[in-house]
Design a binder for this molecule. Sequence first.
Ligand SMILES: [Zn+2]
Length: 446
Amino acid sequence: MVERVVWDHEAAGSKPVTRTIGRVFIPYLCYEHAASISSLLETAPWFFSGKQNSCYAFVKNVISGQMKRKVFFDSDSFFYPSDIGEDYMREQRKWISIERENQDLFELFEQYYLGFRTSMIICENENDTEDALKLLKEWCETCLLMAKDYVIKHINSDASLPVDYLWIAKLAIIDAVKDDYPIIETIPIKLSMKPTISARVKDKNTIVFPALIRAVLNQCNLVLINFALSTIEHKHIQIDRQFLSRFILPYLLFCHDDLSVRNLPIVGAYSEEAVTTALSYTNLQVIYIFAHEYAHILLKHFDDNSASKTSETKENEADAFAINAVVEYISRDNNYTKEDVFTAIRWLYKFQLLEERVGILARGETIREVPSEFEKRRSLFQREIIRRCNITGTTLLDQVGFVGIVSLQDVLNVYGSPLIEAIFQAFNNSKRTGEVEPWWKMIDPK
Ligand SMILES: [Zn+2]
């Protein structure tokens, strides 16, 4: 049996605690130096000089071997490599602008911080504990500076956000459907910093896309894959509901409430395979979500002659369109299998369902209808994916991961609003103490 090491608040910087699933990295970072928004705004964007942004310099440093650690940088995430030409960036950004929302500046700062921070994933089995923690701390500090810089840009300029995956997903969809819908290239996109795992259409023709979607989805995928790979390796199912809840629920609550993200837990990857698999599922999920919104516009769901269609019909059409776009995309890219499509989308449906339920509980309401209309509709689409992909079975990883998601559903049903309230309070208090109370201990681990 492989022993896994966990860092906890108690253990940070001192002795690692031994647990069985995945290695956990807690940011353990109080950024008092950025706590006051006025000091944030007074500071000139001194950290950003030309193309050499600080995250990029950090990454280069790690890759060039000056820091010898096994880490992964999600280079399609929240920063772009400095060697991409400006012309290319300008072209990609032509239809993308920032959705300006009424938002507390400090919240905005935390959102940028989270976006940058989640671009680095530490692989657990190759790193020395002390070393990795030091690296993580340096990375978090770099991300704070980047966040500060980007908040200033966000307020003062129309420069787009540093989200590479957005145009990767956009191009994937355009390539898949532009023969039938040439107009797709000119549909404007607005990037929102408000975290959620679904997009929306505004003014009948503009897609509002959440910039943090990749960060939230990748966290959910990675946690489940860590759990699944460890379960498969140890050949027994032992669902640690505390572990799953601890690393997924706060991210989903963050989508609904002004939860402070400074102490959101960082999970390390169980293995290299865990990171690459999580990222590939996240890619497919982002394309799916994006394509679903494109569908509402391209299929003219906002026109008067669509008025006779029920919203259920429109949602079904959009889902079918999105499945087709993803299937078309993987047919051009050898990195994915049909089984990946099935797993990625089926997990996504469940994440969205969990997110919806966390939202209901966060508002102090009770979950009435189980399964909901949304759930019933989505289960039909699982069959549609099986048909479209012509798959006859699924993978062990898919199955075990799915068991993990269902157990989270169960946690929400059993513990309800008091659990969500406990998470909210724990993170609220963590603003003062720098530590997150072990709210997950109220969950029976089995
Ligand atoms: Zn829709």
